[in-house]
Each structure stands twice: as structure tokens, then as C-alpha cells.
Design a protein around this ligand. Structure first.
Ligand SMILES: [Zn+2]
Length: 232
């Protein structure tokens, strides 16, 4: 068991080195960059949807306008063919209504033009930001790589020590369990009993569990599955 615990200690050092890479400023920056890129993509999609909406409204406005064109022809016909004192006032009010509608339609089209210009401007801005972020990510990646290179020989050294210890492991079954749980991401695998708490997940252990542990010396935690040892 002593050898397994020694190996666990070395594995802990390897993990600490790996963690050093994961938490170095460049890695933190890289996580931020990934978020920027994702929100940039989302924003692009939003803009695209807005642009599609505007195109749809443009087409609607176009249809309206061609309807009005027909309307104005009717008024022209009325004006030339049937103009008389009885219908002149209704013709004038028709024409005024048409003018009002047209200027309303015109405002709507102008509004659409403004919106689409805004979208083009925002897209260009966003595109520039994303290009800058991509450029920055290259230097961030280089820094992460540098950090990896820095810890790599230390990790190799620790792995060599583990390889040298492995043949000395007497309890193969316990070591297999160790490897299996480590691969599942449960680490450390063998933990001490700390007062009445699991040395891995800190859950308070029931009294009957501790009683059982006193006779068995080693028991898996009911909460995290780590093996709690009575003797360190
Ligand atoms: Zn636990």
C-alpha cells in the first residue's frame, strides 16, 4: 500500500503541473477568447436574421408601392374622363389619402434603409473585432505551448519515477483499482479519514460506517466512491 500511496503522491505532482498549464494567464485568456468568438458568431447570426427580416419588409413595401401605382392610375383616369363638380371633392380626398399613404410608405422604406445601413456597419465592426481576436489567439496559443514545453520534462521525470515504482507494488488488485478510478477522473483515489469526514469529498460519515472502517481498515466512501483508509 505504501508504494501505491507514493505513486499517488507523484501523480498528484503531475496533476499540479498540468493544472499550472490550465490556469496560466494565457490559458485563461484563451478561454475568454473562445467566449468572444462564440458571442461574435451569435451576433453575426442575429444580424443575418435582422437583415433577412429587412429584406422581407422591403419586398412587402415594394408590393404596397406597386398597388399604389395602380391606385394613382385610377385617379388619373377619373380625373380625365369623369371630372365633374359632384365627384371632384371625393377625388381630391382620394388623392390626399393616397399621398398620405405614400409618404407613410416612404418613411417605412427610409427606416428600412437606415436599419440595413446600421447592420452593414455593425457587421463590419464585428468582423474587425473577430479578426483582431483571431490574431491575438495565435500569440495566446504560442504562450500556452511554451508553458506546456516548460512542464513537459518535469512530467516525464515524474512518470519515470512512477514506472520504476510500479513493479514494487505488492497489492496488484488495489493498484488496478487505483488506475481504474484515476482514469475515471476520481483523484486522489486513496484518502484518509479526517475526524469523521471523508478525506476526499469532506462528507460527514455515519457512525456505523466508521465502526465498520475500524475492522475493515479500508472502505469506499458512500458519497464520492474514493477509498477511505483508516491508517495513513
Ligand atoms: Zn467521499
Amino acid at each position: 500500500m505504501k508504494t501505491i500511496l507514493e505513486i499517488q503522491k507523484l501523480d498528484r505532482q503531475i496533476r499540479a503541473l498540468e493544472r499550472e498549464v490550465e490556469t496560466c494567464p494565457a490559458s485563461v485568456d484563451f478561454e475568454k477568447y473562445k467566449k468572444v468568438l462564440q458571442s461574435g458568431r451569435d451576433r453575426f447570426n442575429q444580424l443575418e436574421n435582422q437583415a433577412n427580416e429587412i429584406i422581407k419588409n422591403f419586398n412587402l413595401a415594394n408590393n404596397h408601392l406597386s398597388n399604389y401605382k395602380g391606385g394613382s392610375d385610377i385617379i388619373k383616369k377619373k380625373n380625365t374622363a369623369n371630372i365633374n363638380l359632384d365627384n371632384i371633392s371625393s377625388l381630391i380626398s382620394d388623392a390626399n389619402a393616397l399621398l398620405g399613404d405614400l409618404s407613410e410608405e416612404n418613411r417605412r422604406v427610409e427606416d428600412l434603409v437606415r436599419k440595413s445601413e446600421e447592420i452593414v456597419r455593425k457587421s463590419a465592426e464585428l468582423s474587425q473585432k473577430l479578426t483582431e481576436a483571431k490574431l491575438r489567439s495565435k500569440s495566446i496559443k504560442a504562450k500556452i505551448e511554451q508553458k506546456k514545453q516548460e512542464v513537459a520534462p518535469k512530467i516525464v521525470e515524474l512518470q519515470k519515477k512512477i514506472a520504476a515504482l510500479e513493479p514494487k507494488v505488492q497489492d496488484k488488485e488495489k493498484y488496478e483499482k487505483y488506475i481504474e478510478m484515476k482514469q475515471k477522473g476520481i483523484f486522489p483515489v486513496y484518502v484518509p479519514l479526517v475526524d469523521v469526514f471523508c478525506g476526499g469529498c469532506s462528507v460527514e460519515l455515519p457512525l456505523n460506517f466508521i465502526e465498520k472502517l475500524k475492522t475493515k481498515k479500508m472502505l469506499p466512501c458512500e458519497h464520492c466512491g474514493r477509498i477511505i483508509m483508516l491508517d495513513k
